[in-house]
Write a protein that binds this ligand. Structure first.
Ligand code: PRP
Length: 175
């Protein structure tokens, strides 16, 4: 166990209050954009903690493969359902690792003419970051260990854990 469920919920509530304050004067709804699959859990909780009017949409992306992942080129498997020109967009992520996925997404969304694009993530691994970008809301910084739960998987398992846990190395085959 790295982060217990109640600590996650408390942190999300604090982050949501900050988001409420920061976007208090919007004429439009705040658009929360979740990045599938991992973000489905934080999206469900955060959208309910946020009090200001908000809408949700999702994108699904995939890297082209391990050799090109380093280039940060990702393929959009599912795009937004809505136009975002003039909208305030808040990207919702479960974790920022190298930052390559978000670097691509931020540039892609900014090219569509939104009023703003910001990022909220539950977890960040600062030791793994390869691309610097401003991340407005970070729940917890974690060390470079294999984390699962709260949307994060190992081979599609453990996404449904309410806490963040680490995997023993023998589970993922590096023992
Ligand atoms: C994870 C996570 C981010 C990305 C972060 O998704 O949800 O989208 O990796 O990594 P990066 O900062 O190095 O780009 P993953 O590709 O594991 O897909 P999933 O959400 O479907 O599990």
């Amino acid at each position: 166990m790295l982060i217990p469920a109640d600590a996650i919920q408390e942190r999300l509530a604090v982050m949501a209050r900050q988001i409420d304050e920061d976007y208090a004067d919007l004429d439009d709804t705040l658009l929360l954009v979740g990045v599938l699959k991992g973000a489905f859990v934080i999206m469900a909780d955060l959208a309910r903690y946020i009090s200001i009017p908000n809408s949700v949409d999702f994108m699904a992306v995939s890297s082209y493969g391990s050799s090109t992942r380093s280039s940060g080129v990702v393929r959009i498997l599912k795009d937004l359902d809505t136009e975002i020109e003039g909208r305030h967009v808040l990207i919702v992520e479960d974790i920022i690792d190298s930052g390559l996925t978000l670097d691509y997404l931020v540039h892609n969304l900014e090219s569509r003419g939104p009023a703003s694009v910001e990022i909220v993530t539950l977890l960040a691994k600062p030791d793994r970051r390869r691309v610097e970008m401003p991340v407005r809301y970070i729940g917890f910084e974690v060390p470079d260990v294999f984390v699962v739960g709260y949307g994060l998987d190992f081979d599609e398992r453990y996404r449904n854990l309410s806490c963040i846990a680490t995997l023993k190395p023998e589970v993922y085959g590096e023992a």
